[in-house]
Design a protein around this ligand. Structure first.
Ligand code: SF4
Length: 409
């Protein structure tokens, strides 16, 4: 039986994942000890759905095609009950396309080596939905974009991520081998119920094309002069809802040394960003005091910084997209704005340049200063504003989506 590990699988250091090693079959080595090395994708793909498993098991290896063992039959049967024929309607491929010794999960390095084959198959067959079955498939396709705390399938299952590069929905769920292991152990098979619900929801996307996205950063208005900020204050005060975000020197605003460096704002009329000054704080205070409904991702942060550094309490909080994310799905580690932006809008790395500069040294406590000034010296104010306003844009988009989900039950 294959070994499906649910925890600790993505400890990249332990598993010798090294992106500097060549991404090749020679570096991977799995092809040396199997009967059907470099297995080709299988299936007629009439409905353009790719099923990405982990690796061919011993029986698949013997027969030279995917999903031939009991695990595969479970997948076939479950899909058939949903009106979907795995081999007629779908295409099957794996994160690693050679059998592994002793049916063990492939290492992150082996998955990394085989990713180029997975991307080639996607490029050729252009699936509209890619179902990631289990940890290895998550590592294959999600880790190429999401380079932070990857975690395992339990964290990712249930999301349908609009992958803008692959032009496909990326939908992770459990591997059928995990479901059959659970089935053997538990009478009440909760995992099976969740799995069937996931598959049903994913297959409902067959007729739903990916939304058309414009590059968010192209819509940013960078405000360089205080008079230009003055001109848009009435526009901000009349918005249906206003999403705002601050970049600051730290977490807590109470110390004088802490500074509010920049402001990003998005409404239905557009997106703006500016470097904060005392005169601009006074102008923005008018917006904060006004009745315009407000949203932020982690309301407490923007609320306390507004009070201490803009000098007024925030009037008319309408939404906190972080709290709403928790209400919609209470799994741990998924409520941050970057994660929510990735799973909802397919943008996974817009903070890659700035993130290390925004971390305060943990040993100095919550009042420590971060290195945002070094970031400005290195990359300039505009790059900081771009990041700041993107936060407000994604906070805005997330708020609207959550409102629609929560209000429509
Ligand atoms: S698993 Fe993939 S990368 Fe590794 S040897 Fe087989 S085809 Fe090549």
């Amino acid at each position: 039986m294959r070994v499906e590990k649910m925890k600790g699988f993505f400890d990249l250091k332990k598993n010798n994942f090294d992106p500097k090693n060549p991404q090749s079959c020679a570096s991977c080595g799995l092809y040396k000890d199997c009967q059907s090395p470099k297995m080709k994708p299988y299936g007629k793909n009439k409905k353009e759905v790719l099923f990405l498993g982990d690796f061919p098991d011993i029986i698949d290896d013997k027969r030279g095609k995917q999903w031939q063992s009991r695990t595969g039959r479970l997948l076939q049967k479950t899909l058939s009950n949903l009106g979907f024929d795995l081999f007629e309607d779908g295409l099957s491929y794996n994160a690693c396309n050679c059998c592994t010794p002793k049916n063990e999960q492939p290492s992150p390095h082996q998955i990394y080596c085989c990713r180029k084959n997975v991307l080639k198959v996607i490029k050729k067959h252009k699936p509209r939905i890619i179902i990631l079955l289990g940890n290895a498939a998550v590592q294959s396709l999600i880790a190429r974009v999401w380079k932070k705390d990857l975690g395992g399938i339990t964290k990712w299952r249930g999301f349908c991520i609009p992958d803008r590069d692959l032009n496909a929905w990326i939908c992770p769920t459990y591997h059928p081998s995990f479901i059959s292991q659970k089935e053997e152990k538990d009478n009440l098979n909760v995992a099976m119920t969740i799995w069937k619900q996931d598959l049903k929801r994913i297959l409902e996307l067959i007729d739903q094309p990916l939304p058309e996205y414009k590059k968010e950063e192209d819509s940013i208005n960078y405000i360089a002069k205080t008079k230009d900020l003055k001109a848009i204050i009435p526009v901000l005060k009349e918005a249906d809802i206003l999403s705002f975000d601050y970049e600051t020197t730290g977490l807590k605003p109470h110390r004088n040394a802490q500074k509010l460096i920049s402001v990003g704002v998005t409404t239905e009329k557009g997106s703006w960003g500016w470097i904060n000054t005392p005169a601009r704080s006074r102008l923005f205070a008018e917006v904060m005091k006004s009745k315009v409904p407000k949203t932020a991702h982690n309301l407490q942060f923007e609320d306390s910084w507004t009070y201490f550094k803009i000098g007024v309490p925030v009037n008319n909080w309408k939404w906190c997209s972080m709290n709403a994310a928790h209400i919609l799905d209470n799994r741990r580690g998924i409520t941050g704005l970057k994660f929510q932006t990735f799973v909802n809008f397919g943008v996974g790395d817009y903070d890659s340049l700035v993130s290390k500069y925004l971390k305060s040294p943990a040993k100095e406590g919550a009042n420590a200063l971060n290195n945002i000034q070094d970031f400005i010296k290195e990359y300039g104010e505009r790059e900081l504003l771009k990041y700041n306003v993107l936060d407000s844009i994604f906070g805005y988009k997330l708020t609207l989506k959550q409102m629609s989900l929560i209000n429509n039950g």
